[in-house]
Ligand binder design. Sequence first.
Ligand code: AMP
Ligand code: MG
Length: 337
Amino acid sequence: METKILSEKDAAVAAQIIRDGGLVVMPTETVYGLGADAFNKRAVANIFKAKGRPMDNPLIVHIGKIEDLKRLVSEIPEKAISLAKAFWPGPLTMVLPKSDDVPDEVSAGLDTVAVRYPSHPLAETLILLSGTQIAAPSANLSGSPSPTELGHVIKDLNGRVDAILDGGSCEVGLESTVISLAGDKPRLLRPGGVTVEEIEGVIGKIEIDPAVTDKLKEGERAASPGMKYKHYAPKARVIILKGSDEQYIRYVNSADQSKVGAICYDEDAERLNVPFFSLGPKNDAAAQAKNLFSVLRSVDDAGIEIAYARCPSINGVGLAVYNRLIRAAGFEVTRLA
Ligand code: AMP
Ligand code: MG
């Protein structure tokens, strides 16, 4: 199919494509999303086909106003209301008991649905003009890093979707924080731009799913189905190096393989004698979040075979950076002595 590249002024054209059951890639403040009418089963099935996404990995439904929530969920717990007031519109997804209206294709047969109200004005406009709610996973081919720039989307999905709405580069750069409010206790399933510290400031202590930082054990069930898949993976082998600045520089510079690269901080760059791809300043987790997926794609574009990465600190947004990088590395970590 021919993919139309649309700009802000064509939002109504994009909304009509959604109403007609087509696929539209929309910019959001987290990453680009591959959207379709959440209530059109065939359109939703086409999302999975376009991405090559396993059907058992449920989608997030995007709303354009708080009232839309009522159509999607069977119950709105008090804590969900508090979180919506504090963080919506924004990079927070809530998993809630689903209403009967939400097709099983969206929730992958679960009795819950993930909902987010994005803050990107173009996403909001598209959802409101379409007159429905939009199911949208990240707009990449399944397995590859999520797209944070128009060029990433074109590379992965040109010819596979009806239209792409150009919204420039995504501000947060990592997918939304996912929290489940469908169980006994609120539980973080995926870290993102809204931090654990910020959430706990509103609803008190939350549980952190072990899969946020650690590999699932053989046969263990993933609380968030997406966590069991190989994710964010560049073609290069990524190895996280845990150690001091000095140890990192020394280790990388003494690596004798060809096609080695460094996924480093700005401060490391001038001391490295291999090709480097900087995540941003060492103490700026927000910059690292914004740059991570572009860096992973650039590593592949440069033909790097082994990329040695710094180990992000797990405070604040750093937890989300760590969560994605450790998956990109297939949980391969070397401690430098
Ligand atoms: P993506 O759309 O690529 O950002 O992925 C959406 C993430 O939300 C995946 O990790 C899904 O597994 C997770 N998710 C979506 N719906 C649910 C749900 N009902 N329960 C738990 N996790 C969910
Ligand atoms: Mg994704």
